[in-house]
Design a binder for this molecule. Structure first.
Ligand SMILES: [Zn+2]
Length: 208
């Protein structure tokens, strides 16, 4: 399985393209994600099986409607469904020239669910507190977990946005991310990748 990351505008949000054996899955659709990913899909004859939104914040969903218009199924957790289906709710947090079209969820993911992606079984875990519907997708075989904005290298997601809560975030990170095997690579919604063991040792918010 190949994993490629793209840091996209306007505020440096990561999208991750997983691909294997002619199929692909994309995590998050920041601005320019469609223009970035489409040529790769065409050049490598990849079928994009799903766009999985780690959560509903505007910078992670800006291009989601373009994928939907091209018949790519869009999946996310119910906790952020309202934001994804009516992004104008978040207008106060976007620059005034930013327009995020609505996207209808094709599949609502739930905590504890196992999804078959690229021939591997991946586990959906709910990690609220930054956003009510932040999910992480854990691939045990590949030892990789896509975490959205729950945790970053040396930091954590902002808990002070609407629907956020620090005690909730801290408890969810400890229960759902820190319990993964130490060697698990964490692919974060912003900044560099890290690992469970590194964050356990060094993260000032949830380490130790
Ligand atoms: Zn966010």
């Amino acid at each position: 399985m190949q994993i490629r990351g793209y840091e996209l505008p306007p505020i440096g949000t990561n999208a991750f393209l997983f691909s294997d054996n002619g199929h692909a899955v994309l995590f998050d659709a920041p601005q320019d994600a469609w223009e970035t990913v489409k040529p790769i899909l065409e050049a490598e004859s990849l079928t994009l099986d799903a766009l999985i939104l780690t959560h509903g914040h505007w910078d992670h969903i800006a291009d989601a409607a373009k994928f939907q218009q091209n018949d790519i199924p869009v999946w996310a957790h119910s906790g952020d469904q309202e934001w994804i289906e009516d992004p104008s709710i978040m207008a106060a947090f976007m620059s005034s020239d930013m327009v995020v079209p609505p996207t209808k969820l094709d599949r609502v993911l739930a905590h504890g669910e196992t999804v078959e992606l690229l021939g591997q079984s991946a586990e959906i875990r709910h990690v609220p507190g930054h956003a009510p519907g932040n999910i992480v997708t854990y691939f045990p075989e590949a030892k990789v977990c896509v975490v959205g904005d729950a945790i970053f290298a040396g930091s954590v997601g902002r808990p002070d946005l609407p629907g956020g809560d620090w005690p909730t975030l801290k408890a969810a990170i400890k229960a759902q991310i820190m319990t993964l095997p130490g060697e698990t690579t964490l692919l974060c919604g912003h900044g560099p990748q890290t690992s469970v063991e590194r964050e356990k040792a060094t993260n000032p918010y949830v380490g130790g």
